[in-house]
Design a protein around this ligand. Sequence first.
Ligand code: NAD
Length: 396
Amino acid sequence: MTTCRIGVIGLGQRIAHVLAAMQEVGWDLRVDAHVDAAPVGAPILAAAGIALGRPCETPEALLREGPFDLLMLGGPNHLHREHLAAVFHAGVPIFAEKPIVRTEAETLDLARALAGPGAPDLYIGLVMRSLPIVREVIARVDSGDLGEIVSIDATEHLPPEHGGYLARNWRRRREWGGSYLLDKVCHDFDIFGRLIGARPARVASFGGRRIFTPERAGRPRTYEDGSIAYDLRDAGWQGAPDAFTSDMDVTDHQVALVEYANAARLSFHANSHTALAERRWYVAGTEGTLIADLVRNRLMFRRALHRGKPERMDFGDRTADAHNGADQAMARDLAEALAGRAVFPVTPWDSLEAGLTVMAVDRAMEDRVMLDCAPMWAAYDAARSGAASTQSASRS
Ligand SMILES: NC(=O)c1ccc[n+]([C@@H]2O[C@H](COP(=O)([O-])OP(=O)(O)OC[C@H]3O[C@@H](n4cnc5c(N)ncnc54)[C@H](O)[C@@H]3O)[C@@H](O)[C@H]2O)c1
């Protein structure tokens, strides 16, 4: 393998972890240049023994430092569209972090660009697609073991230190992160769409801020053993000093109901301050039921008319980042895709559709309505087919 020459725009914790995982699974790589005035990922790269490369002021300046074999985009979510546009026609494959973009208007804009001439090879970091347990869930559903998917119940519940980080980091502001659900669980909604095989038709959602509020600022700040509960990690770019008195404007807990076009129904419950962490998908089909426990990396399955013990699979590989080896698996998938030996497990279109799904959920919550998604999908399909849509999905 010749050395992969990489340019990075937005060298935060995430891209640093992905680069470290790439190296760990055998990539011969070198970061030749980066755009990031204060790279939050620098210590992670240093620990992995990867140099930062030359600092550049802008993406355009970075491109002049080429040639590159891969460009990696890892800025905050509001910069994804802008950074993608800056390198779109550079003729270099791009790995970009999720969510692919932050708003409905950006989604339509990018869909038009992707449908147009000269679109690059674009790989989106919806890392759960590479996770062995998720691959197994998809394979089970595709094999027909569950029959038709009737309903799904899913959760993501974070421990206090993780919620506290979200409340201090740039993700706390809609203008930067988009929303709590968009940043945190676009992964899950991507997989649900893939399992169900249809788009959401109607969505409803309730949520708000009842945890990280100034009224609760006087509550204890440590666990019972004295360890720090909320300020564990540096909050990084645009970080706020305090989780409870920051200018946070996204939700800290939210529930959603989704009815898909093929009548599959889904409920989702997310909370950013729980004592019992959970990321769990309960998938009920006409012929069988499956529980994927993404925290413990375990899967359970039983056919509807079986009374014996459920089949259990333990995928091991549990890691503190709750990614359970997904970064390494994605690094392998990316290497295979770049070499033309395999198709990357997720497309930019999947990413756009997962993002739109979550954006619809958030819009339903904000507008206090049950949202009919048909106009949104019509606008998206028009953009995909290259039409200058007159339908509005123009929230910015
Ligand atoms: N796939 C996953 O599981 C996963 C996990 C975490 C984060 N992410 C995604 O990765 C992205 C980065 O998140 P993070 O946790 O690394 O955040 P971070 O705060 O650690 O890093 C963001 C970096 O962007 C830099 N930056 C800010 N403005 C910039 C600009 N104009 N040009 C270039 N760089 C700029 C900051 O200085 C910082 O170093 C986000 O889109 C996030 O959603 C994905």
